[in-house]
Write a protein that binds this ligand. Structure first.
Ligand code: FAD
Length: 307
């Protein structure tokens, strides 16, 4: 068996692999797509000490760093089941079963999409999902935020300080964010709030976004807003569907519950990165949590394994 078996090969899993391998213990990483979300990222400008890079370049660097150590990388393999016995067993889609004395879950998350025309075409060319990442690209421009929950309203407040104008678009009759956030949002001079609005299309000039259309759900009329960016904030979905029937405890939102050491509800099973209850889904945070989970797994091993 592996001493540490890591499921997920994004920044969290890669950091966990480097930290585990540096302890000289048998380490494996199984990943559906080594690199994770950064493979879909254009510019990365907030990984401290790397002033600017591109997602695929960053992903290649993650892999190069992991491969510098004796780590068994099993790429293009999807985990489908976790069971707890003497060892932790991870079953793969191809039927194989991997065993670990400890397991680190770092399967990440994905942004929920609105599935309207234009969303895929203009992804990274005006359609964005992360205000902390892409907000500064829209300095001086008009943008929309779609979604009036806490994340949408927080994004709109954040962006209002960076861009020229923000239109917040909510499908329901009212915003769903906490009152204190709504009050803050309404106090800002460069924000419009539109409720009962169903976004129907994101428009562009073939190169980048130049507007969006929505249906007014009260009058039925279709309306148009000119803008250069659309931030979609209708939820981040943790990749934990495969853990639903496992003993690993998930939060109401499907995130893996972890303590300050990355320990889950199952002894010997740790978790790190976007898939967990740890707030703020960012590369540097996922990498830090990955390192922490590997140190916790090592600590668990020296306390529980026979010498
Ligand atoms: P992920 O990167 O999601 O990696 C998860 C890994 O698990 C992948 O290897 C995946 O294939 C694998 N996996 C999932 N399910 C399974 C399974 N069942 N079996 C096996 N493997 C599985 N953050 C920043 O800090 N700066 C930015 O500029 C930035 N820009 C972004 C732009 C975009 C378009 C997106 C989508 C995200 C951006 N982020 C940015 C967020 C950042 O990418 C994430 O916070 C970070 O990648 C999380 O790392 P992670 O390792 O937890 O998960």
């Amino acid at each position: 068996p592996f001493d540490v078996l890591i499921v997920g090969g994004g920044p969290a899993g890669a950091a966990a692999a480097v930290y585990a391998a540096r302890k000289g213990i048998r380490t494996g990483v199984v990943a559906e797509r080594f690199g994770g979300q950064v493979l879909d990222t254009m510019a990365i400008e907030n990984f401290i000490s790397v002033k600017e890079t591109e997602g695929p370049k960053f992903a290649a660097a993650l892999e190069e760093h992991v491969r510098a150590y004796d780590v068994d990388i099993m790429n293009l393999q999807r985990a489908t089941k976790l069971t707890q016995g003497d060892l932790i067993e991870i079953e793969l889609e191809n039927g194989a079963v991997l065993k670990g004395k400890t397991v680190i879950l770092s399967t990440g998350a994905r942004w929920r999409e609105i599935n309207v025309p234009g969303e895929q075409e203009y992804r990274g060319r005006g359609v964005a999902y992360c205000p902390h990442c892409d907000g500064p690209l829209f300095k001086g421009k008009a943008v929309a935020v779609i979604g009036g929950g806490n994340s949408g309203v927080e994004a709109a407040i954040d962006l209002a300080g960076v861009v020229r104008h923000v239109t917040l678009i909510e499908f329901g009759e009212a915003l769903r964010a906490d009152d204190v956030l709504q009050r803050k949002l309404r106090s800002l001079p460069n924000v419009d709030i539109i409720v009962s609005a169903q976004t129907t299309e994101i428009h562009g000039d073939d190169k980048k976004v130049n507007g969006l259309s929505y249906k007014d759900r009260v009058s039925g009329e279709t309306k148009h807003v000119d803008l250069e960016g659309v931030f979609i904030q209708i939820g981040l979905v943790p990749n934990t569907e495969w853990l639903k029937n496992s003993p690993v405890k998930l939060s109401r939102h499907g995130e893996i519950e972890v303590d300050a050491r990355g320990q889950t509800s199952v002894p010997g099973v740790f978790a790190a990165g976007d898939v967990t209850t740890v707030p703020y889904k960012q590369i540097i945070i996922a990498a830090g949590e990955g390192a922490k989970s590997a140190l916790s797994a090592f600590d668990h091993l020296i306390r529980t394994s026979a010498p």
